[in-house]
Design a protein around this ligand. Structure first.
Ligand SMILES: *[C@@H]1O[C@H](CO)[C@@H](O)[C@H](O)[C@H]1NC(C)=O
Ligand SMILES: *[C@@H]1O[C@H](CO)[C@@H](O)[C@H](O)[C@H]1NC(C)=O
Ligand SMILES: *[C@@H]1O[C@H](CO)[C@@H](O)[C@H](O)[C@H]1NC(C)=O
Ligand SMILES: *[C@@H]1O[C@H](CO)[C@@H](O)[C@H](O)[C@H]1NC(C)=O
Ligand SMILES: *[C@@H]1O[C@H](CO)[C@@H](O)[C@H](O)[C@H]1NC(C)=O
Ligand SMILES: *[C@@H]1O[C@H](CO)[C@@H](O)[C@H](O)[C@H]1NC(C)=O
Length: 236
């Protein structure tokens, strides 16, 4: 209990120091439309890049909007303030990324929707929704050659590699093509008050919308991680 309290105070202080330097970057100011149809990928990437250029900031996705997007990278000292909905494209056209096109373990994988490597001080929050439209990808579980997979592994919803001081709270993740949150080489993370919804899976007779490998939080080499007060429903 004492350790847990100390840990929470530690996280709180980190957030406090971090927030003082925060500037706002609203994706709509970078041209995002948020109608659920227009491709907002470039606007979102531009907002994140602008935040990164000033060593971090709060990137805001307004409530009441649906931001349709392909994959995008997250940088140091970023708060992803998801008040509305981020709707991931379900087309493989949106999951290449110049020079990357892979997950941490599998170069033959589509890039994860939200990804980042070698970074610190990231918060994902806002009360909104990140939806991966996984239904198009789940049938690849039984036949990887099917599009959109076409023999490449499915993208994760959020994949952060070599990450320090991460907070994910008050956000709903749903319909991920694969793992919802993948953390590889993670030091110090607090994940709380989140919801993860994916359709249930099956062993033999499957409902039409069975999700597969939609793990909640999948960690590889992680320390000081606290996950609490969350609802996580996944498919096998
Ligand atoms: C990544 O994917 C994009 C879009 O499909 C492609 O243009 C690019 O050449 C790919 N890069 C690598 C390193 O495979
Ligand atoms: C984050 O900051 C660290 C330390 O300054 C630096 O080494 C790293 O390249 C940065 N990562 C990104 C994604 O900019
Ligand atoms: C993360 O935040 C801490 C506290 O503000 C700061 O000391 C550190 O330099 C930051 N890390 C990076 C990579 O910017
Ligand atoms: C979650 O975010 C919403 C929108 O910003 C806010 O109204 C609500 O109080 C937050 N809930 C928690 C538990 O932080
Ligand atoms: C794929 O995405 C499109 C555009 O968002 C949507 O209309 C369609 O229903 C999706 N299909 C599946 C199977 O997820
Ligand atoms: C996927 O792999 C199978 C077996 O190697 C091959 O027959 C098929 O042509 C490949 N499909 C694509 C889209 O690459």
């Amino acid at each position: 209990m004492v350790l847990k309290k100390l840990f929470l105070i530690f996280i709180y202080v980190i957030n406090l120091i971090f927030n003082i330097h925060t500037q706002d970057y609203n994706v709509r100011d970078f041209g995002a439309i948020g109608d659920g149809i227009t491709d907002d990928t470039n606007s979102i990437r531009a907002a994140l890049q602008a935040a990164a250029n000033s060593n971090g900031g709060r990137v805001i996705f307004d409530s009441g909007y649906i931001f349709f997007t392909g994959c995008f990278q997250i940088y140091n000292n970023t708060i992803l303030d998801v008040q509305g909905t981020i709707l991931g494209s379900n087309s493989s056209d949106h999951y290449g990324f110049p020079g990357i096109n892979s997950t941490f373990f599998n170069t033959m994988a589509w890039q994860s929707l939200i990804f980042g490597s070698n970074l610190a001080n990231v918060t994902i929050t806002g009360g909104g929704v990140i939806d991966g439209q996984g239904a198009n990808w789940w049938p690849c579980f039984s036949d990887p050659s099917l599009p959109p997979c076409s023999n490449k592994t499915r993208p994760r919803l959020i994949e952060l590699n070599v990450i320090k001081d991460l907070v994910i709270h008050n956000v709903t993740l749903q319909n991920s093509p694969m793992y919802n949150i993948a953390l590889n080489f993670c030091d110090t993370a607090h994940i709380y008050d989140i919801k993860i919804f994916n359709p249930p899976s099956c062993w033999s007779t499957c409902p039409p919308l069975a999700s597969h490998n939609t793990d909640g939080v999948n960690m590889y080499v992680a320390s000081n991680v606290l996950i609490e007060n969350s609802h996580i429903s996944t498919g096998i």
